[in-house]
Each structure stands twice: as C-alpha cells, then as structure tokens.
Write a protein that binds this ligand. Structure first.
Ligand code: MG
Length: 162
C-alpha cells in the first residue's frame, strides 16, 4: 500500500548507434542514417522513463520485468513495455504527477520531434502531454555521445498515490 507522500524516481539508459536500425525515441520513429541497437527497439528514452517509474514505486527495474534474454521481448516496441509498467503502477495505486526526460544525442536534432514524443508518452501513461517534458542536448563532440557512438537518456518522475 503506497503512502500518501509523493515519491520521486530516477532512470538512466544508454544504447549504441548502429547502421541498419530505425531510430526510435520516445515511441516516435525519427529519420536518421543510424538507429539504436538492442534486444527491443532500443528506445533509450522510454527505457530511462520506465526505470524511473519503477524506481519511484520501488518495483525493481526493466531488466527484471523484461529480461533481454527473453525472446518475447525481441524487437518489441518499448511503448508496449511502458504500457506494462503503467498497468503495474495502477495495480499498486500509483498515479504519475509528471515526468522530465533529458536525451543525450549528437544527431539528428530532436526539437522538431519532442512534442510528438510527449504526446506518445502521455498516451502510453494515460496522462496529458503537459505532464511530460522531453529535452535534448548533445555531447558537444565529446565522449560516446559526442562522437555519435551512442545515445543516453535520463528521466525523473514524481508519483503520488491514487
Ligand atoms: Mg535499454
């Protein structure tokens, strides 16, 4: 039984950028010569968000709920995984107050796609786009983000009991 106090959660994820994969971020496919590699669709934004939500509820992490050794999750849309997390939170009587996500990616530019990501995430969580923030920054040419080797995402969320 959750307490009446709000609960904060934090998530982080990283995936490698490779040729021959679609780039899917925040549930939205973005035109790009490279995409993220992983067992699922490798949506680094949704993975960080799902981990933040599970963390706020102290319900483990996505690796525990959706093992990357399980063939059921091979190539799966991470929106489906996020939907499972949303169901789990509802069963534990948690409601999402807001989510704030920062994506680290050198290219392409994310700003033109951010509002579609917010709407897509809001739909999966059954909340409004105003409760979802998607921000992006580059690595300024430094490190694995800056050289285009991969992308990372951070997410913070607040839950309250419903
Ligand atoms: Mg991941």
């Amino acid at each position: 039984m959750p307490s009446a106090l709000p609960r904060v959660g934090f998530g982080y994820d990283v995936h490698r950028l490779v040729e021959g994969r679609p780039l899917i971020l925040g549930g939205v496919e973005i035109p790009s010569p490279k995409g993220l590699d992983g067992h699922s669709d490798a949506d680094v934004v949704l993975h960080a968000l799902a981990d933040a939500l599970l963390g706020a509820a102290a319900l483990g992490d996505i690796g525990r709920h959706f093992p990357n050794t399980d063939p059921r999750y091979k190539g799966i849309s991470s929106l489906i995984l996020l939907g499972h997390v949303a169901d789990l939170l509802r069963r534990h009587r948690f409601a999402v107050v807001n989510a704030d996500i920062t994506l680290l990616l050198e290219a392409p530019r994310i700003a033109p796609h951010a509002d579609r990501m917010r709407a897509t995430i809001a739909r999966a969580l059954d909340i409004t786009p105003e409760q979802v923030s998607v921000k992006a920054t580059t690595g300024e040419g430094m490190g694995f983000v800056g050289t285009g080797e991969g992308a990372a995402a951070y997410a913070a969320v607040l839950l309250m009991s419903s």
